[in-house]
Design a binder for this molecule. Sequence first.
Ligand code: HGY
Ligand code: MN
Ligand code: MN
Length: 412
Amino acid sequence: MTAFRFADTMLARLDELGRISESPDFLLRTFLTPEQKQAHEKVAGWMREAGMTVHHDAAGNVVGRYEGSQADAPVLMLGSHLDTVRNAGKYDGMLGVIAPIACVADLDRRGKRLDHAIEVVGFVNEEGTRFGAPMTGSRAIAGTFDPAMLETKDRNGVSMGEAYRAFGLDPAKIGSCARRKGSVAAFMELHIEQGPVLENEGLALGVVTAISGARRHRVEITGLAGHAGTVPMGQRQDALVAAAEIVTFIERRCTGTPTLVGTVGMMEALPGAMNVIPGMTRFSIDIRAGDDATRDAAIADVLREIEAVCARRNLTFTVTELYNSTATPCHPALMDAVEAAIRAQGLPTMRLPSGAGHDAATLAPLCPIGMMFMRCTRGISHNPLEAVLPEDVEVATAALLHFIENFRAPVQ
Ligand code: HGY
Ligand code: MN
Ligand code: MN
């Protein structure tokens, strides 16, 4: 063990959370599961050890609070998500919860209180892995949760609303999580970069300038299941071949435009037998860009292509939009404060945009937002190969503590 002030405990905790999984073979911790409950209870214990009071809000977020000297001063909120993608790494999200807890624990050890309270939030369902619709916890706090998302279903046909009730929460109360505008001075999120830029530049930490806007759709194409051996090639209504044409169109359309990316991450061919022509396919579309106009133009072209392919092949289709987030700038004063905090560690830094979505973007309607990026090895994320350097964890936490102790509420 080294003599780090923060990193040893933090990495041990991140390993502990990394072992709370729905699968024995890979990390998977999704929304409204026993594993969510287990992870949140562990985090709640660490929050209490750090001198915070803890509550679980109606959306399922775990919220730690470290009081300030002025009870009604707008709070400085920090945090990130505790849920994961399938076959995840153990730093995406979790780092941004464990680090501010370590900062508050340090303040508590020194008996230091700020004028305002500090809140650390472990958000639920930032990824949308189980139901497709993401950002549930941060939307609840921002007051932008859309109850229609309660109708989205997981792969077993369980709706988000049913899952809430089975978990012991009343989805009708999610609206009570919404914070009053002006009650939160700012939201700050530490997150791994999930890309190669910082590592390529030899930098441990970066200042996030803006967060890309993403839109997610679920597509269902219906043709006619048939016998693989008897239906002539020219008489098929093959839903999977149509989907394949659309997937390659998405790649072509999203290649060559800076910041524009398109991904089909999930694909189901039904009924799913080797000797049956797929009568139905269900797949996801995730398209994002640094600006909404670029993204929306690509999506319009993709939707036209879906219509054209299905018309040509005598198929029907439905498209459901699950998520639509706008490209979100970080607050200039918070960017400056993050930069100052990084430089106070004696480090060079840079400003860079985030291609990944984050809870911070969802909170922008509520309060000024800022993000600090930390290098991750080879920029790999959403993959168990996700890795960080202990010394980066140490200096990121020291910089975050500097940000917290020098925080001045930006003008809203
Ligand atoms: O999809 C994203 O950008 C994030 O990991 N939820
Ligand atoms: Mn992620
Ligand atoms: Mn994340």
